[in-house]
Write a protein that binds this ligand. Sequence first.
Ligand SMILES: [Zn+2]
Length: 249
Amino acid sequence: MRQIVISGNDLWLERRGDTLSLPSSVALPSDGSGLFRFGPDGEYVAFQAPSVEISAGLELRGLRESHALLPADDYAAASKGAELIHWHASMRYCPACGTLLRRGGPISKICPACGSEHFPSLSPAVVVLVIRGREALLVHAANFRRPFYALVAGFVETGETLEQCVAREVREETTLEIDDIRYRGSQSWPFPAQLMLGFTARYRAGEVTFADGELTSGGFFSRDSLPMLPTPPSLSRALIDAWTRGDFD
Ligand SMILES: [Zn+2]
């Protein structure tokens, strides 16, 4: 059994020599209502634990930082566990009638009053690499905490397709027109509950103008003059790396 022990937005990891790994010996909470088992044979168990109950030998690390510390399978499980814990803490009352929800299936809750069943929700968001000749559009958003450049991104709105969302976000944030929108892959993004969907598109028309205030700078960059880029594991970085390798030529 490997444990995903969450405190706030962080993860407790066990130190063995130079490596950090998911722990296996943290005392399980006596109330099982906040405990989630998943993976082959219930290999992973996720729960929230206040720091006062944590034993020695454990270190608290950010979930995103843990990507570089854990094997890929364990990081994916930790991401899922963190999403389930967030959902459990934030989805407490029935959205239809306001009654306190009970645990239903492995990842669902049931309303004892009206019988409705509720599952963790995801917010789909797109990132798009806009290509113009041998250059790609990289932008800096007002909400980035570090001075890196990434891809145009935004949340999918009710009633639109992914392709419409990609075209709308590029138009709203830069005023550019694009075409040849192609899906390139997806990534779970548990900060706290997003699904990132990656696209490429070809520049069609327009001059880069930061129209709606979300972006503060950016433009078209060639492969040999790239600015500071987002660190892995972001899908933005994976798409930029694929483009620099020539995968989209
Ligand atoms: Zn209800």
